[in-house]
Design a protein around this ligand. Structure first.
Ligand code: SAM
Length: 282
């Protein structure tokens, strides 16, 4: 019998996938994890009923949450990823050969199962000597670490379950403390068409800790509802407003072969549609 896996994120509206084959389904120590195959999207992962990643469209989100802050910074050497257990962000970050990276993921099972069922997401990045994988709660890590990071990327689940702490004022304050002088924080911040309050609440909680705070957008097919917002915070006001010529020069020097990210997409992503602007307090 055909099994359909429905996303339970929204009460009155759902996407569902035909699961041609269930590859893994188990309650881990922290959340319900399911991995299955779908004809259109390839392998799909959901945690606690919420789609996390698919083989087919993962490049969009992973390129945009990684390359935008790294290229805007221009001299990043030390990157921190919080969450990101599938390894997609790690893969993109380590494509910058001058960088080293610490990744703090709470759920070892997500890492283990992603290595097994989504090998192209990490593409060997977990074995890279420039990667330091820590299995721990991201909130606890940023509170205790003495290290300083140039870029912090929060690739979290939604603010329910273990990801909830990664949307608190306390977490943003601790991130600010472990950023280097011109450091940049970016965080996964939901789909504002459905989760508008995440934009309003994040702005209220994050902006007191930084000189500059805003959002940029990316459209990921399986994060249904149009644009997703990624929150942006830094004490360097210029980082968000780098001219396209600067980003182009950095991008060309690296010779990255991307599938979504371009310098023009980078600059344009900070132009917020009016319905998103209206969620912000000036
Ligand atoms: N791109 C995805 C999205 O937007 O839906 C997120 C993918 S990634 C798999 C999310 C990861 O965040 C999960 O592996 C989860 O275990 C991890 N996570 C959730 N809460 C965390 C916490 N407090 N500390 C560290 N990692 C956490």
């Amino acid at each position: 019998m055909t099994r359909w896996v429905g996303e339970t994120l929204y009460e009155a509206y759902q996407q569902r996938f035909k699961a041609d084959k269930i590859l893994f389904e188990e309650k881990t120590e922290h959340q319900d994890l399911i991995i299955f195959e779908n004809e259109s999207f390839g392998r799909v992962m959901a945690l606690d009923g919420v789609i996390q990643t698919t083989d087919r469209d993962e490049f969009i989100y992973h390129e945009m949450i990684s390359h935008v802050p790294i290229m805007a910074h221009g001299q990043a050497e030390n990157v921190l990823i919080i969450g990101g257990g599938d390894g997609g962000v790690l893969r993109e970050v380590l494509r910058h050969e001058n960088l080293r990276c610490t990744m703090v993921e709470i759920d070892a099972s997500v890492v283990d199962m992603s290595k097994k069922y989504f090998p192209d997401h990490s593409d060997g990045a977990f074995d890279n000597p420039r990667c330091n994988l820590v299995i721990a709660d991201g909130l606890k890590f940023v509170k205790e670490t003495q290290e300083r990071f140039d870029v912090i990327i929060v690739d979290s689940t939604d603010p329910i379950g273990p990801g909830e702490v990664l949307f608190t004022s306390e977490f943003y304050a601790d991130c600010q403390k472990c950023l280097s002088k011109d450091g940049i924080l970016v965080t996964q911040n939901g789909v504002p068409f459905f989760q508008g309050e995440e934009v309003t609440v994040t702005q209220a909680r994050m902006s007191p800790h930084f000189v500059d705070m805003s959002f940029y957008v990316v459209a990921v097919p399986t994060y249904i509802g149009g644009f997703m917002t990624l929150a942006w915070a830094s004490n360097n006001q210029q980082a968000r407003k780098q001219p396209i010529e600067v980003i182009e020069a950095r991008f060309n020097a690296l010779g990255l072969d991307t599938q979504y990210y371009t310098p023009a997409v980078h600059v344009g992503a900070f132009a917020l549609p009016r319905y998103i602007q209206k969620l912000l307090k000036s």
